[in-house]
Design a protein around this ligand. Structure first.
Ligand SMILES: NC(=O)c1ccc[n+]([C@@H]2O[C@H](COP(=O)([O-])OP(=O)(O)OC[C@H]3O[C@@H](n4cnc5c(N)ncnc54)[C@H](O)[C@@H]3O)[C@@H](O)[C@H]2O)c1
Length: 272
C-alpha cells in the first residue's frame, strides 16, 4: 500500500503555486518528499511558499514565471532541470477570473469587453496549453510523467455571472481529455493527464462574489452555493491534497483523461 502512494524523490512543477490552493498543494507534496518548483507571476508569493517549504526541511524553488509566455516558461524549465535534474509531475494551477468579465448590475453581458474575455481565456486556457507544451515535452522525452490540470465545477455546470471563466474551464477539461489521448498515442502510456474540478473554495479570486467586501458576511450568491452543497460548507484548500497525491501516485496508474469533481457533492445535487 505504501508503495502505491509513494511520491518520494519526485519533482513537481506547480504553476500558480504562490496562490491559495496551489500553495497548499505544493507544501503538501513537499512533505511527501517531492522537490517542488513553484511558478507564479507573483514572485514574492512564489518565493514565500518556497521558503516555507525549505524551512520545514523540504526542497523547493520559487520562480517568477508567466504561464502566458513561452520564453518565461522555457527559462524556468532550464533552471528546474539544472536544479533538480528531471521532472515527473506538472500541476497546471495558474488561473482566475476578474470583475471586468463578470456580469453585475453595473456590467451587462452585452457590454463585457473583448479584452476581459480574452484575459480570462488566456490565463485559464492558454496558460495550461503553453505550460503543457513546455513541460509536457520533457515528460514525452522521458516517456513517463503526470499532468494534473485544475479545471472547475464551472466547466461541468456553468455558473451565472462568469461566462468567460466557465467556458475557459470547459476548454481546460476538454483539453485534458485531448492531451491524455495524444500522449498515450504518440509518446507513452506512462504519461497520465487528468484534471480536478474543485467546487467552491473561498480565495482571492472569488471573495468579491461570495462575501460582502465591507461586512465579510456571505452574499446571496455565497448563501446559495452553501445551500446547494450537500456537505454544507466551502472547500478548504487542504481538501485538495488527497486527490492530487492520488492522481500523481502509482495508485492511479489506470486513471487517464478524467475530470474529477471535488465539490462536497455540489455537482450531484439537483437542488430538490
Ligand atoms: N477558489 C476556488 O473556488 C476555485 C474553484 C475551482 C477552481 N479554481 C482554480 O484553482 C486554481 C487556483 O486558484 P486559487 O483559488 O488558489 O486562486 P489564487 O488567485 O490564490 O491563485 C492563482 C495564482 O495564479 C497566479 N497567476 C496569475 N496569472 C498568472 C500567470 N500569467 N502566470 C503565472 N501565474 C499566474 C496568481 O499570481 C496566483 O498566485 C485556479 O486555476 C482557479 O481557477 C479555484
Amino acid at each position: 500500500m505504501k508503495e502505491l502512494f509513494d511520491l518520494d524523490g519526485k519533482v513537481a512543477v506547480v504553476t500558480g503555486g504562490g496562490g491559495i490552493l496551489c500553495g497548499t498543494i505544493a507544501r503538501a507534496l513537499a512533505k511527501q518528499g517531492v522537490s517542488v518548483a513553484i511558478l507564479d507571476l507573483n514572485e514574492e508569493s512564489a518565493q514565500k511558499v518556497a521558503e516555507e517549504i525549505s524551512k520545514e526541511g523540504g526542497k523547493a524553488i520559487g520562480l517568477k514565471t508567466d504561464v502566458l509566455s513561452r520564453e518565461s516558461l522555457e527559462k524556468s524549465k532550464s533552471i528546474i532541470m539544472k536544479e533538480f535534474g528531471h521532472l515527473d509531475i506538472l500541476i497546471n494551477g495558474a488561473g482566475g477570473n476578474k470583475k471586468e468579465a463578470t456580469t453585475s448590475k453595473e456590467l451587462e453581458f452585452f457590454d463585457i469587453p473583448p479584452e476581459a474575455i480574452r484575459w480570462v481565456f488566456d490565463l485559464n486556457f492558454l496558460g495550461v496549453f503553453l505550460s503543457s507544451q513546455v513541460f509536457g515535452k520533457a515528460l514525452a522525452k522521458q516517456k513517463e510523467g503526470i499532468i494534473i490540470n485544475i479545471s472547475s465545477m464551472n466547466a461541468l455546470r456553468p455558473l451565472t455571472r462568469i461566462p468567460a471563466y466557465s467556458a475557459a474551464k470547459a476548454a481546460v477539461s476538454n483539453f485534458t481529455q485531448w492531451l491524455a489521448v495524444h500522449m498515450c498515442q504518440n509518446y507513452s502510456t506512462k504519461i497520465r493527464v487528468n484534471a480536478i474540478a474543485p467546487g467552491f473554495f473561498l480565495t482571492e479570486q472569488n471573495r468579491f462574489l461570495l462575501t460582502d467586501e465591507k461586512t465579510g458576511e456571505l452574499t446571496p450568491r455565497g448563501k446559495t452555493i452553501i445551500e446547494h452543497t450537500p456537505m454544507g460548507r466551502f472547500g478548504a484548500p487542504e481538501d485538495l491534497i488527497g486527490i492530487i497525491a492520488w492522481l500523481a501516485s502509482p495508485s492511479a496508474q489506470f486513471v487517464q483523461g478524467t475530470i474529477i469533481p471535488v465539490d462536497g457533492g455540489f455537482s450531484a445535487f439537483s437542488g430538490v
